[in-house]
Write a protein that binds this ligand. Structure first.
Ligand SMILES: Cc1cc2nc3c(=O)[nH]c(=O)nc-3n(C[C@H](O)[C@H](O)[C@H](O)COP(=O)(O)OP(=O)(O)OC[C@H]3O[C@@H](n4cnc5c(N)ncnc54)[C@H](O)[C@@H]3O)c2cc1C
Length: 315
């Protein structure tokens, strides 16, 4: 069923491909929904930008100068390390504090011990404070309270504490992983559902016989290409193609310090600093975009069910 404003349409389907994505997990902490920002969507990132621009016009205070980022995973680390430059651009100058909060005893708990020293070096170079092994107990318009009892004066709390699959997945099937994702086979067919394919953040697929996809464009993009190919092949009785991915990399932005490029599921450090940043910029300025030539042939070629090579590591 599709709703557009007040109108509602129902479609019968032969095959369905679900690419509903994911949403931010926001627990019922007092004040959190009313007094926090996030960067989960373009609209929410613009809202944060507008808030920072408005802060620049306010008189100096501890709350104005302090940004607290909750969640020291991939998104929170990227937001924290980009924040000094973001505050500069917004015009919030003078003394500033950026504080990264997480319940884990370490930053980047899932990122692993190989990569963590690089992240800690960047955080320290950018003067980013951490509050670890604490949870947020409440938020209001000008402060955040932690389980340690600490109250930090701040006008800006950015919530980056985890994602879960679209809640619509729960309506479709009880067989889901702990992030609420539908389980799909190597052809992107959702298990337990007839004639339904799923791809991207809403789906989990074992890609190398051992590891399940993680919510990322690195997996979402090939999953989408293979789901698109296979649903048409299935409809016309043609052979489907299995998705096998034998490489995994992460390229984490670390603001003005640079970036971190790791390889493999153990995340061995490949490049850091300016060279990794150059790889990151290639990814998020070029690689993730469809062709912008306006050519139908280019667009169809980009949708081919093939696997790209890992992004090049710059020297
Ligand atoms: C701040 C941030 C930084 C990230 N950085 C990286 C990175 O550096 N590298 C990386 O690999 N990944 C990164 N990711 C993750 C990456 O963006 C996602 O994994 C990817 O976008 C998933 O693609 P998707 O198509 O599954 O979902 P999405 O891109 O979320 O698309 C889902 C679409 O479905 C629409 N939709 C949802 N519900 C409905 C509904 N009921 N009806 C109709 N439409 C609906 C949504 O509006 C959306 O347009 C980042 C994510 C965030 C939030």
């Amino acid at each position: 069923t599709v709703k557009t404003g007040k109108a509602q349409e129902m479609f019968a389907y032969d095959r369905l491909v679900l690419t509903l994505g994911s949403e931010l997990v926001r627990p019922p902490i007092p004040g959190l929904a009313a007094h926090s920002f996030d960067v989960d969507t373009y609209a929410s990132a613009l809202r944060l930008d507008a808030h920072l621009a408005a802060l620049a016009r306010q008189p100096t205070s501890d709350a104005r100068s302090t940004v607290v980022i909750v969640g020291a995973g991939f998104t929170g680390i990227e937001v924290a390390t980009e924040m000094p430059a973001k505050l500069d651009r917004a015009g919030v100058t003078g003394h500033r504090r950026i504080v990264l909060v997480d319940p884990s005893a370490v930053v980047g708990a899932t990122i692993g011990q190989n990569a963590r020293p690089v992240i800690n070096e960047a955080l320290s170079a950018l003067n980013i404070e951490t509050r670890l092994a604490v949870i947020v107990t409440s938020v209001d318009a000008s402060s955040i309270t932690l389980s340690s009892g600490e109250v930090i004066a701040t006008d800006t709390v950015v919530w980056c504490a985890g994602m879960r699959a679209s809640p619509l997945a729960a309506d479709l099937c009880s067989e889901r992983d702990r992030s609420g994702r539908l389980m799909v086979d190597p052809f992107m067919r959702a298990s337990g559902l007839k004639n339904v394919f799923a791809a991207g953040d809403v789906a989990s697929c074992i890609v190398d016989g051992v590891h399940a996809t993680v919510m990322s464009c690195q997996f979402a993009r090939p999953m989408g290409r293979f789901a698109g190919h296979n649903v048409v092949a299935d409809l016309f009785g043609e052979p489907m193609l299995p998705l096998n991915i034998d490489w995994y990399v992460t390229v984490l932005d670390l603001g003005k310090w640079g970036a971190l490029y790791t390889v493999g599921w153990d995340r061995l450090v490949r490049t850091t600093g300016a060279s990794a940043k150059s790889t990151k910029l290639t990814i998020n300025h070029e690689r993730i975009y469809p062709p912008r030539s306006g050519s139908r042939a280019d667009l169809l070629a980009a949708a081919a069910p093939t696997l790209q090579a890992p992004p090049a590591a710059r020297p």
